[in-house]
Design a protein around this ligand. Structure first.
Ligand code: FAD
Length: 443
């Protein structure tokens, strides 16, 4: 009786403990991916993420095929899909790597107990985070709400395990179940086709992810700490979408970087990724609710849709903001420093609720994930874990002077943008600070 390997946010063959366990189990393998748009609470993927997923699945299917297995695509609520597939294929075991969002955990727990009740073997593995969220706790057994002690505690734990090698062969089931056609899922945009910039910028899939790590470690890591904040420097790893889809595992990145001189700053960015996911694990409503409830008292003024629209399309008249928003629209990515500046501008100069900005990023970022995106939005808003204090308002002009002194980034992305700001930066900053008083007064 075959074993099912259920791929989710781990679209890779190397360092894939679920796949490895299935191979060791010794039965023929059915590789499965489920496009689940039905289970309760799962957040529908944004447009850029759907684009990435399409290409990443195509790459995974090809790689599985080369090793001897077939990727089976099914659409529907995961519980029903698995029940049916297990029955039809007579599968005796199901293997997967863990997910950490609230609704995903509920789905997985339900499936696990239903299958076990039927006598099916189910095993789940740690593959997407360096440390399981329940293993990093304070002296009093609670979770951390401040990054520095969190990361110190991670570093004091036993080192992340060594990555598993890529299997040489994957013994696929001889008659794999019928699969949907990837094209029928319509994950790619048709009219309008807004993905040209994404195609120019990215190559989804495990082989490209592996090359990216190597190139980054060889060429860019030495200058990372000094140049990572300059958006035109190309100094960061650009691994975020590959990590988002698990085309490369954090264990692989960790072990390849950890021996390299001066890797500490880069590794601590992986630490922020961990911190965001651990925070989501403890606060599943991270995208919907202020982590600090006193922010519920924030008096957001009525929304001016034309201002939100100007922000979406990089028409605010503030050059660094417009450059960032245009980079995002064109490539599905924005440099971290500029993400902070554009987010601060939306929240603190346009006085728009951070959740609306989070939604736009969710739809447009190729690396959008349910932890890092809301976590960082709440960080900028001041409502989150270890957040920048609300009264810290980024000044986009000073930020541009400091981090894009020659204007290289701005002229690359916003040379044709308007130059008259839609709001007065100093006045709106004052209004934001006055509104923030309501939070400070909240009980
Ligand atoms: P590098 O500097 O090379 O960092 C290496 C890796 O560390 C990244 O690939 C990423 O996995 C992780 N990392 C770095 N910074 C952070 C951070 N602040 N939080 C969490 N992980 C981090 N990152 C996402 O992966 N997905 C998101 O949806 C996302 N939304 C964001 C929204 C806002 C408002 C802000 C300010 C930041 C957001 N980030 C998000 C974090 C960060 O901007 C990106 O991870 C980073 O720009 C990716 O580029 P890189 O891979 O070259 O990063």
């Amino acid at each position: 009786s075959p074993s099912i390997v259920w791929f989710r946010d781990d679209l890779r063959l190397a360092d894939n403990p679920a796949l490895r366990a299935a191979i060791e189990h010794g039965e023929p393998i059915i590789a499965l991916f489920v496009l689940d748009e039905e289970s309760e609470g799962l957040r529908p993927l944004g447009g850029a993420a759907r684009w990435w997923l399409h290409h990443s699945l195509a790459s995974l299917a090809e790689r599985l095929h080369d090793k001897g297995a077939t990727l089976v695509l099914k659409r529907g609520a995961a519980a029903g899909v698995l029940r049916e597939l297990v029955t039809d294929a007579g599968a005796g075991a199901v293997f997967w790597n863990r997910r950490y969002g609230g609704p995903e955990r509920a789905v997985d727990a339900g499936i696990k107990s239903a299958l076990r009740a039927e006598g099916v073997t189910v095993a789940s593995f740690a593959a997407s985070l360096l440390h399981e969220p329940w293993t990093v706790t304070t002296g009093s057994g609670t979770h951390y709400s401040v990054f520095t002690p969190f990361w110190r505690a991670c570093l004091a734990l036993p080192a992340p395990r060594a990555p598993l090698p890529e299997p040489r062969e994957i013994p696929g089931a001889p008659r794999p179940p019928a699969s949907d056609a990837l094209d029928d899922w319509a994950l790619l945009p048709t009219t309008p086709d807004w993905a040209a910039g994404l195609r120019e910028t990215w190559e989804p899939g495990e082989p490209a992810a592996r090359r990216r790590v190597k190139e980054f470690l060889e060429n860019d890591l030495p200058g990372y700490d000094s140049a990572r904040d300059e958006p035109s420097a190309g100094a960061t790893s650009l691994l975020s979408p590959h990590l988002r889809w698990g085309e490369i595992s954090p264990f692989t990145v960790w072990h390849e970087a950890v021996g390299v001189d001066g890797a500490g700053g880069f590794l601590s960015e992986l630490g922020w990724r961990e911190f965001a996911w651990h925070t989501l694990y403890h606060f599943p409503d991270l995208a919907a609710k202020n982590l600090r409830p006193e922010f519920d008292a924030f008096p957001w003024p009525p929304l001016d849709p034309s201002q939100l629209d100007a922000w979406h399309h990089g028409e605010t008249g503030v050059p660094l903001v417009d450059a960032g928003m245009r980079e995002l629209w064109h490539t599905g990515y924005m440099h971290n420093r500029v993400r902070m500046v554009t987010a601060s501008f939306l929240i603190k100069n346009l006085l728009v609720d951070w959740r609306l900005g989070e939604e736009w990023f969710w739809d447009t970022l190729v690396d959008a994930d349910e932890a890092s995106n809301p976590f960082n939005w709440q960080w900028v808003a001041g409502s989150g874990a270890d957040a920048a204090p609300y009264f810290r308002v980024f000044n986009p002009e000073l930020q541009a002077k400091k981090f894009d002194p020659q204007g290289v980034y701005i002229s690359r992305w916003a040379s044709k943008a308007p130059t008259e700001p839609i709001v007065d930066l100093a006045e709106t900053r004052k209004a934001a600070l006055a509104a923030y008083d309501a939070v400070k007064r909240a009980p």
